[in-house]
Design a protein. Structure first.
Length: 346
């Protein structure tokens, strides 16, 4: 139970010493937080000492027009911070971009800045309007925009766009009960950016035939870049009133991230499951948050997660069958159609 609680919490990190709120102190604190707690320096090949020198020199340059071309997602409240704060924020955010991690976020109260390069260079392989073809009078909607449909081929279809809200377990199990006796189920998690790890466990448990080993997690136990605990095994156990143990296809794309990436990693361990579509976006580090002297907040990846072969899932999960979306099609989704074919094959 303790392991699950650690995985589902987005913990806050507090520093013991309060220093004056100056640009250098805030810059140094941000660098220190990442230096001591971030978990993927070795995997990303980032020399963090060099990043400190590079971006502090850049911050000290006066009147420098910093190149704005980068893959940072800016979500502004509409207010405008003062120019010095804006330059500090931009320099810090650009330094964090070097980590190439969508879990790493800087927020100054005006703007939230997050790396998006894990999906922006790739095709979406998903057109939301096409899934309307797979809705019918037997479609059942849950509380968090997830819906269940029974397709004419006696195949179940579940569209799950987010794990941000908790599922109503009773409603989920009642919807899954309608799939009893079907030839298989398609679970479409394309563009699911993640959310609550507990929901990834819950969802996967409804398709587990037995307790199954699904990977490992390690914990950051010291300030050094390699200070980690041993590997702790993770398991998914069967649960729910109406589990489905038939053939399953999980459809993925590059926008599958964080808890959704974890869900795909779990499902890939089940013998009756096929992963289809594109490589997931990744996001394997359990995030924590911290606050700088000026009130800005930073979120970062800490405890790394691994598959059953102790390979990091930070860069995503490869599909069993790679299928690209046919963008010329006007109604049906050829990836869903391919999933149907896989289920119907003997």
């Amino acid at each position: 139970m303790g392991l699950i609680l650690l995985l589902t919490a987005c913990n806050s990190l507090f520093m013991d010493e309060q220093k004056p709120n100056t640009p250098q102190n805030n810059f140094d604190l941000l660098w220190q937080i990442i230096d001591e707690r971030y978990c993927y320096f070795e995997e990303k090949g980032v020399n963090w000492n060099q990043m400190r020198q590079k971006y502090w020199r850049e911050l000290q340059k006066s009147g420098n027009d910093t190149d704005q071309t980068h893959r940072l997602e800016l979500q502004s409240s509409g207010d405008v911070p003062d120019p010095l704060s804006a330059q500090l924020f931009y320099t810090m955010a650009t330094m964090l971009e070097e980590l190439r991690d969508g879990h790493v976020t800087l927020d100054d109260g005006y703007t939230s800045c997050t790396y998006t390069g894990w999906h922006t260079p790739y095709p979406d392989n998903f057109i939301p309007t096409r899934i309307n073809t797979y809705k019918n009078n037997r479609t059942r909607y849950l509380n968090n925009e997830t819906f269940f449909s029974t397709l004419p081929e006696n195949i179940g279809y579940i569209r799950c766009s987010s794990f941000s809200d908790k599922f109503n377990r009773d409603e989920f199990d009642k919807a899954l009960a309608k799939f009893e006796g079907l030839k298989g189920v398609i679970i479409d998690v394309r563009s699911n950016g993640g959310g609550l790890v507990s929901e990834a466990y819950m969802f996967a448990s409804r398709f587990a035939r037995e307790k199954i080993h699904v990977g490992y997690v390690r914990y950051k136990i010291g300030k050094g870049h390699k200070d980690f605990s041993d590997y702790f095994a993770r398991y998914v156990e069967p649960d729910g009133a109406n589990p489905f143990h038939g053939k399953v296809v999980v459809i993925t794309n590059r926008k599958v991230y964080s808890a959704a990436n974890l869900f795909v990693s779990f499902m890939s361990c089940f013998p009756q499951v096929c992963i289809m579509g594109d490589n997931t976006g990744g996001g394997g580090g359990v995030p924590i948050s911290a606050e700088l002297y000026n009130g800005w907040t930073v979120k970062l990846s800490t405890n790394p997660v691994f598959d059953i072969n102790k390979r990091s899932i930070e860069s995503g999960i490869a599909p069993d069958y790679s299928v690209e979306l046919n963008t010329k099609e006007t109604q049906k989704d050829n990836i869903i159609e391919t999933a149907k074919t896989w289920i119907l094959a003997k």
